[in-house]
Design a protein around this ligand. Structure first.
Ligand code: NAD
Length: 482
């Protein structure tokens, strides 16, 4: 079978890396290579940035209405290609097809529609000063934005950056994850069909240390929006700092679920199952540390294990499989190494070691059963470091103070879920929990206007609605004397 050849998209044209080098791309559910992507380097980034720079003067002066029409046209294209994109995303990342159909691809089109609408109705900030002058805040596009995205929600997160960046009048050079380039390449065809002027969106594939870092270093790229791991974010911030770039960092998490005895038990079990294992636990918002009030701990643990054992793992195209494959062989190995570490540290593997029955086609895939660990000390590496797979710990707590201290006692601060019926407790914990998002009696309800981002090592900045548009623009205060 011939391999699909993914190409860079620069100045509206598809082309290989100038070096002609390629990387291989694997289907995680079979372990077989099915496509290649350009192994681009600084020379390709230079050409892409030049193309984006050329497009900027005209694009940045188009009216919001015109830009809005283009964004809607791209969203229409995504909707028309929904089935193709959903199949491609599932194949490239290993996640279940039902999930790409219901979450990843619809969200990608919603991302474009949200900003297509938002730029038409964004209020202009103004302040009157002491009967003397009026201040008008002009928000201006900045130039070429560098957009770097991860592999866990490939099109969902890439479009979450492209849409606000171009809606605000910037042009972009994107560097999607080398592990999941497929839907980014299909998006380029949709963008071309939508008639977006050449150079407004450029896509360059390759390794982070080569293509990604060249983009961050490029002197003509004044802003970088990055989503990925914390170590990469730290590196990228160090590279960008001397160049005084505007940087947004959406990084890792080690999120807590706090389940109090007064919670709706059934709802807490059901949602915790999803927040633990949806997308194989490969969502930055997954709750991987589950803390349960002591009085309900035995009952919760028993039900949680029972329900987890029922989750089916395997062929991502089958509807009854809740988990597909992990994204890569290296990632599967990393996740499994944490389970071994948990055992060495005295943890008990409550479930996760059972064999997975796979059909012959999927024998070489990167599958793993959802795994529950108990009995670990909160300071153990498994409870402190981001694993980013279907592995959770369950730990009892005695008081609200203890629950709060346990939840905050990690280097991360992305999100948490709180399960309680006590509204005063909701306010207390809401004030003191160090997270960017706290879901109360829920998980992953995403209003795209809400500020989204992390505290501590989970990132710098906020994305979402006006927060994204603010990042992708620079303010000029026009002070006019009467
Ligand atoms: P990663 O950091 O390995 O890679 C992310 C992107 O950065 C890739 O495109 C990669 O090629 C690029 N990159 C790597 N090194 C680079 C460098 N030196 N300079 C420039 N670019 C470089 O992350 P990943 O493994 O793809 O994704 C998983 C991580 O992403 C997890 O930690 C997860 O929590 C995080 N994540 C965070 C959010 C959020 O919104 N906070 C969302 C999704 C994923």
């Amino acid at each position: 079978m011939s391999l699909i050849e993914i190409q860079n998209f620069i100045g509206g044209e598809f082309r290989p890396a100038h070096s002609r080098k390629v990387l291989e791309n694997t289907d995680p559910s079979t372990g077989l290579v099915y496509s290649t992507l350009p192994r681009s380097d600084a020379a390709d980034i230079d050409v892409a940035v030049e193309s984006a720079r050329k497009a900027f003067p005209v694009w940045s002066k188009t009216s919001p209405e015109e830009r809005s029409r283009f964004l809607h046209a791209i969203a229409d294209g995504i909707d028309r290609q929904q089935a193709t994109l959903a199949a491609a995303e599932s194949r490239d990342q290993g996640k279940p097809l039902w999930l790409t159909e219901s979450l990843d691809i619809p969200r990608a089109s919603t991302n474009f529609r949200l900003f297509a609408n938002q730029i038409l109705f964004t209020p202009v900030e103004s302040n009157e000063f002491s009967n003397k002058a009026i201040n008008l805040v002009l928000r201006k596009p900045i130039g070429v934005a560098g957009l770097i995205s991860p592999w866990n929600l490939p099109l969902y997160l890439l479009s979450w950056k492209i849409a606000p960046a171009i809606a605000a009048g910037n042009t972009v050079v994107c560097k999607p994850s080398e592990i999941t380039p497929f839907t980014a390449s299909l998006l380029c065809s949709i963008i071309k069909e939508a008639g977006l002027p050449p150079g407004v969106v450029n896509m360059v594939y390759g390794l982070g240390a080569e293509a990604g870092e060249a983009l961050v270093k490029h002197p003509q790229v004044p802003l970088i929006s990055f989503t990925g791991g914390t170590a990469t974010g730290q590196r990228l911030n160090a590279v960008a700092a001397p160049l005084l770039k505007k940087v947004s960092l959406e990084l890792g998490g080690k999120n807590a679920n706090l389940i109090f005895a007064d919670a709706d038990f059934e709802e807490a079990v059901k949602t915790t199952l999803r927040s633990s294992f949806l997308n194989q636990g490969e969502i930055c918002l997954c709750g991987s540390r589950i803390f349960v009030e002591k009085s309900i701990y035995p009952r919760f643990l028993a039900r949680f294990i029972e329900e987890t054992k029922k989750l089916k793992v395997g062929d991502p195209t089958l509807k009854d499989h809740f988990l597909g494959a992990l994204a890569s062989a290296a990632h599967l190995q990393k996740v499994k190494s944490y389970v071994e570490l948990a055992e060495q540290d005295g943890g008990r593997i409550e479930t996760g070691k059972e064999e997975i029955k796979l059909d012959p086609k999927h024998q070489g895939g990167y599958f793993m059963r959802p795994t529950i660990i108990t009995g670990l000390p909160p300071q153990s590496r498994v409870m402190q470091e981001e694993i980013f797979g279907p592995v959770v710990t369950v730990t009892p707590f005695e008081s609200e103070e203890e629950a709060l201290a346990l939840a905050n006692d990690v280097p991360y601060g992305l999100s948490a879920s709180l399960w309680t019926q006590d509204i005063k407790r909701v306010h207390r914990i809401g004030q003191d929990l160090q997270v960017g998002t706290l879901w109360v009696n829920s998980w992953m309800i995403r209003d795209l206007r809400a500020p989204f981002g992390g505290m501590k090592k989970s990132g710098i900045g906020r994305e979402g609605g006006l927060h994204s548009l603010e990042f992708f623009t620079e303010a000029t205060n026009l002070c006019i004397k009467y």
